[in-house]
Each structure stands twice: as structure tokens, then as C-alpha cells.
Design a protein around this ligand. Sequence first.
Ligand code: ZN
Length: 453
Amino acid sequence: MQPFTDSGTPLIAEFAVEAHDGQLSMTFESAGGRTKNGPRNRDYVPALVVLLGRLAQRSAVIVSAAVESKKTADLPLHKRLLTDGSIQLSPASDFDALRKRLTSAQGRIGQEEGAPKAGNNRKRMRLVLEVPGYGIADGPRLERDLAAPLLVDDLIASLKSLKVHNSGGKPAREPIALLWALGRLAAGEGRLFDWPEFDKEVGDLLRDFGASAAPRYPFWHLGSDSTLWERHNLAGPPTAADTDARAGFTEDAAALLANPVVRAESIYVLRTEHLSDLADQADLLDRVGLAGVAERAMIEIRTAFDSVTKATLPSLPPDTLDKMTAAVRRVEQAELRKLVVGTDDTAQCALCGDTFPLRYLVAAHIKPRSQCTDEERRDLRNVAMAACAFGCDMLFELGYITVDKDGWIRTAEAMPSGRFADHVTLVGTRRCSAHRPGTEPYFAWHRANRFVK
Ligand SMILES: [Zn+2]
């Protein structure tokens, strides 16, 4: 398999994880020579660093590392070894130094005694591993987990496609159990949960919110998505006897969910995709300790995001920042919609005045978000208005219509013809229902900077 960087770029290198002589081991293919696509496994070094880093995140032990090439096949193991003894990895390990240790030791392997110079140090290697949470049969899973990190988009997609069980119209158990687990994670109480505690707490929660109270099923079934949830000391849904069973978020999922932005979007996805029929959502969030994150997401997230951006993002790949920004936008738009458009089934477009089902209305910024000061961005009730997707949102954004200081809609003189012009004429005789003292400064910006005139 090919490994990918943290931002999802494939590396030209090959590795595999398999059971070998009763142990889990990783083979890493040699580099050198040419293929029709260029040098063979030319990303040998960066790929090795990436893989060592991901092993370190999992607190793996390299039991042994040895060259395993055709040329050295006849040598006994002790003449092919690259390390003396095992190496305990931790996230604080210096992967680059370790990589150098593994590659520079290769040079002398298979060389004649007293050879004038070291040989190739991009040889095929086998690393015998012990990785917490991965048994001898988990080679394929470890291989996949090492190849590509879980990205924010993957996590959100996982949550959207969560398999849920909601017999007889009752609320689904899985999203409720996940919200509980998220609440614990957010409170810094770890990512794995003991079954007796889960049984009690999630059981009560399921009962109180009208779901069928059988916490043993989500405890087990959430694990059907192995990127999200892992389980230990279990062969099926637990029973009272399974006092040492544990389950919870995977290391990768927990790492992403430690970020308040990702957490807020995850909560949002669980609420809207899987619990939209639950009337007492707010009570549920309150109960699991997530009310603040969800309901005041906008400002909290903004602040959290700013501090996250400043404090930790320089060490993350740029792509992660884009993805997080996109996540913030989605949550913001959702929160903004709730304030500006409302939560009834239908609402009025502030420009044409027609009533539309909610999905055809957007919370349109009167002054673009990118031009707003922080304070203006937080002026949620005034900075945006409900505009329909049938022309008003676009015409306003492009500046073909604006709103004057008395609230009357003004239309541009130069205008394309056809349906476009018809819509402009239609709205041109109206007053904008979103115009008021609070919104006037934003409309003033639009008149001065966007209106085509
Ligand atoms: Zn409209």
C-alpha cells in the first residue's frame, strides 16, 4: 500500500503490514532503479518518516528492524539487524533521527568485511511491531490506519453515514451515545469508556430521551465504523459479566475531536442528520455537557478557532486549516440561518418578499464576511438577511440591487436582459423587510462598495 501525507498527498513508496512468524510486522520496499513513472519508490525517506510518526502516535514498539532483501536472504537475522533491542515510540520521538538510524545502518549490511564504502541505504526492511489496540489478525487495519490519517472530512462523512437503530419511531441510540461520549471527551475524561459506566450512564440517557434503553448495542455497533470507534475485550454486544470491556473513540477520531471546531461540527451533524425528530435536543445537549458548544457555537467557535489558529496551526499542514475553515463556515452558516431565517418551515425573502421553504433561503451577508470587523461578524442579527436562492441572493451579491437609506430597493441601470432583468424589476418596487437602524450601516457599505449603479 502507498502511504499518504497528513494532507492527503500520496507518497511514492510501498509498504505492507502482515502477520509474520506469529508477530505483526511491516515490510517497507526498497527504492532505486527506474520505472516508467520515474525512480522507483522515490519517496522512501519521507514515507518512512510519516509511517514512523503514525506508529509513534499509537505508542508502538519496534521489536526489531532488519534488512530483508534478495541479496541478503542468506544472511542470518543477527547480521541483518538495524537496531540493538527494541524501540519504544512515543509522539515525542524524533522520527527523523530514528529514520536516519534505520537507513544509515543499512549501508554495511551484506557488505564484505572491510569493504571500502557503505552500500545502498534504501533497502527493503522488515520492522517487527507491537502496537497497542492491534492484534495479530489486525494487519490489514493497521496498514490502512498507517497509510492515511483520518481527516476532518472523513470524520464528518463517518458521522453522516452513521448506522443507526431506531425501532418503532423512537430516537436512535447511536447518536445519543456518541453525544454522551463527546461530552466526556470534551470534559477531558479520555476517549475510552468502561462498559459498566457506559451501561449506567448511557442507559439512563437513552431511557430519559425516549430511545430504547439498550446501551450494549451502541457500545458494540458503533465499532462497525472502525475509523470512529474501537472496542476492547469484547466479542459481541457486552453483558453484565463483561466488566473489563472498554470501547470509545479511536485515537485518530479523538485527536480530531479534541479540536473545538471539529467537535462543534460533529455535534451539529449528529443533531441534524440523526436526531432531527428529537424535540428536547437542547435538554439532551445540556445533560451531556455540550449545550454551550452547540447553541452558542458561533461566537465560541470563532474565538476558539482564532486561538487554535494562532496557537497550533502553524504545525499542521495548510490543507487542515482550509478544512477547518470550511467546517467553521458550515457551522456559522447553520447558526446564522437559525437566527436570520428562523426555524419555521417557511420564511420570507427580505428582498422579493415571497415565502419559500427554508432550504431555498440563505442567510446572506449584507456586508461580506471578509470585509467585516470581528465585532461586525458577531452582530449576527444585523449583519445578514434571508434572501432567496431564486435570484435575490445572487443579484444582491453582484450589486445589481441594493437598499437605500430609507429601506427602498434600488436597481442598477446597466443590467443584462431576460429573466434576470425581470427579477430585478420585480423587486425594484419594494421595500426591503430587513432594513432597520441595526442593519442600515451594513446596507450603507453595500451601496457604497457593491452597487453597480
Ligand atoms: Zn427573493
